[in-house]
Design a protein around this ligand. Structure first.
Ligand SMILES: Nc1nc2c(ncn2[C@@H]2O[C@H](COP(=O)(O)OP(=O)(O)O)[C@@H](O)[C@H]2O)c(=O)[nH]1
Ligand SMILES: [Mg+2]
Length: 291
């Protein structure tokens, strides 16, 4: 049997469950998940290896019409993912009936790549609603295979696996078979902190925040790390820290627990808040932060 390998790219509007699905399929918590839109800012790879195949899943930012330079760069991740996919997993849910950006629908209609349309959050609706949506999407994307799923509850994910492996092209592995992702540990740690920021602050705060891991020292029993939280304005710094530092402390405790679970080891986490004026609008700063 020839070895199969390929890129299976997960695309869709914000909040439909792309990151939840990716983590389910990969079996690790690589992508952060919150109830807020635009949590995922990068393209994140999750690699699943078997003796006979290598599936490289990509989680991507939600499709949107850009308002910030950061958004433009986020959409760039989506566009590349549409281009280099061997299989496209287009995720929508039982409530949605549009794609936020018209170009993305056109590209899905015209692509020669196989598209599997996943109607997610089936756990929240009835059969009738799911059928309505399935009919609607069948008209929009006649070539797509449609599967109702619940990423959250792990419902109906087996057929995705089956089809994905069938559709994978014959290729040698692209990545080392031991590898789970292409990103360094520090990236995932900063993402876990960002997740807690999304969960603890409102309005523009989470969106104005960037997290960098400054130092990381591995120890035999405990790893020590220092994170810098960047915000766009001085007023936001005060909000992040909160009265007597209570708010930041809460974020720190929650993030530490998450990171310890991920690493399977105790950590010491130090956090600082700094202002980086209007970083979201500055191409050079965005590059620097990896966008
Ligand atoms: N009820 C339900 N909620 C889901 C499901 N999948 C994801 N969610 C929730 O939808 C929200 C957005 O999920 P996320 O994976 O971050 O979506 P993304 O923005 O597309 O990556 C989170 O609150 C998830 O818990 C599902 O199958 N059923
Ligand atoms: Mg996401």
């Amino acid at each position: 049997m020839q070895h199969k390998a390929g890129f299976v790219n997960i695309i869709g509007n914000p909040n439909v469950g792309k990151s939840t699905l990716m983590n389910r399929l990969v079996g690790e918590r690589l992508s952060i998940i919150t109830s807020k839109a635009q949590t995922t800012r990068h393209r994140i790879l999750g690699i699943v290896n078997d003796e006979h195949y290598q599936v490289i899943f990509s989680d991507t930012p939600g499709v949107l019409v850009p308002h910030y330079k950061l958004h433009e760069n986020m959409m760039q991740f989506v566009n590349t993912a549409l281009q280099d996919a061997d299989v496209i997993l287009f995720v929508t849910d039982i409530y949605e009936s549009t794609i936020n950006h018209p170009d993305v629908l056109t590209r899905l209609q015209n692509t020669s790549k196989p598209v599997i349309l996943l109607l997610n959050k089936i756990d929240l609706g009835d059969q009738k609603k799911a059928e309505e949506k399935a009919n609607y999407w069948h008209e929009q994307l006649p070539k797509a295979e449609i599967l109702p799923i619940s990423a959250l509850e792990g419902f109906n994910l087996e057929p995705i696996w089956k089809r994905v492996v069938e559709l994978l092209p014959e290729n040698p592995p692209y990545y080392d078979k031991e590898e789970l992702t292409d990103r360094p540990l520090r990236f995932f740690i900063s993402e876990m902190i960002r997740e807690k920021i999304f969960q603890n602050y409102n309005k523009e705060i989470p969106y104005s925040t960037q997290v960098e891991i400054d130092t990381y020292e591995e120890g035999p029993k405990i790893d020590r790390m220092r994170a810098v939280i960047y915000v766009e304005r001085a007023t936001q710094k005060g909000i992040i820290i909160g009265h007597k530092g209570e708010k930041l402390k809460k974020v720190g405790i929650e993030a530490r627990k998450e990171i310890e679970k991920f690493l399977g080891k105790q950590i010491h986490l130090e956090m600082f808040v700094k202002v980086d004026e209007n970083w979201r609008q500055n191409e050079k700063k965005l590059k620097n932060y990896g966008y």
